[in-house]
Design a protein around this ligand. Structure first.
Ligand SMILES: Nc1ncnc2c1ncn2[C@@H]1O[C@H](COP(=O)(O)OP(=O)(O)OP(=O)(O)O)[C@@H](O)[C@H]1O
Ligand SMILES: [Mg+2]
Ligand SMILES: [Zn+2]
Length: 510
């Protein structure tokens, strides 16, 4: 007897349909699995055999061959256990094959026959719907992710027997349901932190507002306790609200990474702050069963690298390409995967190992020591930051000041207005933000009148700026003008943009 069951394999952030064929024939009782399988898939044999036995299915001693196709797609992970078990039951005549028509199945099996959660259910159900399937059978723990997709029924099962009952049409199991729009509208509203809680730091807040408006990467430098981490954590709260499409895109990434935690949808802008001991793979993605890394988990949100000089140098250097391309490609032996990585990079650091340079009352670090510390950040990486700010330590009086601080909501409205101008201006350019302007576009969109021109020229000579710095000042000035709702870039905008450059001059003298 021969049978065919449908399942899916994750590829990048999408899923490909995989067919699981089982054949039973007379001969030695051997269980073979073929079809370009990763090691966990090969181990499915043992799990499936024992799970079937422990679920009460006695199989005659026959030769079983399972083939997963297409042959050129590598199958990884444990999600094929359940479809393999079902295919075998069909091949032995325990389940009629017509019950499996239009059905896609994923799930990991425990030896006792329980169905465990798997990664990637959201993109899998999406692909199933696109391919015309009518229902999906997924682990009970993942049912919420599948239920987000409309136009296809997603059933959650907790055990192999439950799956069999469902497929036989017995029982009264209903498909999972979530009111996506309501869930989205609700979650999207509440943030856990707010800029209103940050006393003072007017200059830093202003710089952050500009950075978010143009999606400029920002580096904060300052002594311990000056509020760098506190400021960074609040950056997602002034980004425009997530659109539903963005939310789905992020949720797919979290689903594949196995980070949904029973949520149906990720509806807040991500804020990821990996520790400086992170490995390159965890940061950019990859691994045995390929998974998105922190840079993809930060897609549409913020990647915060606190204590930037403490990160492994080569780990940080691999960020350079994704920062340009807004995606990352993981090359494997026979395949390559692409994950989105459109994040805003926010980094924080102390200026020296004690943290207090240039405050010579507190910092005893030698000039060479300071130089060496700052030198851990390479020039090409420094070049990826458009805005540098100093977070200065607040004194007691400033912290005590009771005056009301601006809320995230108020700042967010200005950011949204500046973003709108950019979207309109660049609608034919295939870019969204000022930070993405190429030198050619800068010529077109950041035109300066004579006065502005001479101001910038003067700074250029006095500060000995590089061509890169010159372009960056213009991009940031463009964003400052947009926040001002001004099409023209004026001297005021230029001089503020120059300020955000002088910081790296001060510390790195370049
Ligand atoms: N402007 C501020 N308003 C209110 N509280 C502040 C402010 N700045 C700092 N704090 C308080 O000080 C604490 C330490 O700030 P934070 O951890 O952000 O400092 P940091 O600059 O990241 O320091 P480090 O360099 O040691 O990482 C905050 O948790 C907060 O309670
Ligand atoms: Mg900190
Ligand atoms: Zn020091």
């Amino acid at each position: 007897m021969f049978s065919k069951v449908y399942s899916a394999a994750i590829h990048g952030i999408d899923a490909l349909i995989v067919s699981v064929e089982a054949d039973v024939s007379d001969g030695l009782p051997i269980f073979d699995m073929v079809g370009y399988l990763g090691s966990e898939v090969k181990e499915a044999r043992e799990r499936v055999r024992i799970a079937l036995k422990n679920s009460g299915f006695m199989l005659p001693a026959k030769r079983i061959t399972v083939n997963l196709s297409p042959a050129d797609v590598r199958k990884e992970g444990t999600a094929f256990d359940l479809p393999v078990a079902i295919a075998i039951l069909v091949a032995f005549g325990h389940l009629p094959e017509e019950y499996l028509k239009d059905t896609l199945i994923v799930g990991e099996l425990s030896l006792n026959g329980n169905v465990n959660k798997v990664n990637g259910v959201l993109p899998i159900v999406y692909s199933a719907r696109e391919q015309g399937f009518l229902r999906c059978v997924v682990p009970a723990e993942n049912v919420g992710e599948g239920a987000v997709v409309s136009g296809i029924k997603t059933y959650g099962v907790a055990s192999l027997s439950e799956a069999v009952e469902l497929l036989r049409g017995n029982g009264s199991k209903l498909p999972g349901e979530v009111d996506v729009k309501q869930l989205f509208a609700h979650n999207n509203k509440e943030d856990l932190v707010d800029f209103g809680e940050v006393a003072g730091q007017i200059a830093a807040k202003r710089a952050i507002e500009i950075a978010v408006s143009g999606m400029h990467n920002i580096l904060m430098i300052g002594p311990p306790g000056s509020g760098k981490t506190m400021l960074a954590k609040r950056i997602p709260t002034i980004m425009p609200e997530l659109s539903f499409e963005e939310s789905i895109e992020i949720s797919k990434i979290y689903s594949i990474a196995g980070l949904m935690e029973q949520k149906a949808l990720i509806s807040r802008r991500p804020f990821r702050s990996p520790h400086h001991t992170i490995t390159t793979t965890a940061l950019v993605g990859g691994g045995g069963v390929p998974k998105p890394g922190e840079i993809s988990l930060a897609h549409h949100g913020v990647l915060f690298l606190d204590e930037l000089p403490e990160f492994q140098k080569n780990t940080i250097e691999v960020l350079r390409q994704p920062l340009e391309e807004k995606s990352v490609t993981i090359a494997r032996l026979n395949a390559s995967y692409k994950y989105p990585a459109g994040f805003m990079l926010v980094a924080a650091m102390n200026p020296c190992s004690c943290g207090y340079y240039p405050d010579r009352n507190r910092c005893n670090c030698s000039v060479n020591l300071v130089k060496r510390y700052l030198g851990r950040i390479s020039q090409p990486l420094l070049d990826r930051f458009d805005i540098f700010i100093e977070a200065l330590q607040m004194n007691y009086k400033e912290l005590q000041l009771q005056e009301k601080q601006e809320s995230s909501q108020e700042i967010r409205e200005r950011v949204a207005a500046a973003r709108k101008l950019q979207l309109e201006r660049y609608q034919d350019q295939n870019i969204y933000f000022n930070s993405q302007l190429t030198p050619r576009m800068i010529k077109k969109y950041c035109k300066l009148d004579a006065r502005e021109q001479s101001l910038l020229e003067e700074a250029f000579i006095k500060m000995n700026l590089s061509a890169r710095a010159y372009h960056r000042i213009l991009k940031v000035a463009r964003t400052i003008a947009d926040l001002d709702q001004s099409e023209r870039i004026t001297t005021k905008h230029i001089s503020e943009a120059i300020c955000y450059r002088s910081m790296d001059q001060k510390y790195w003298d370049n």
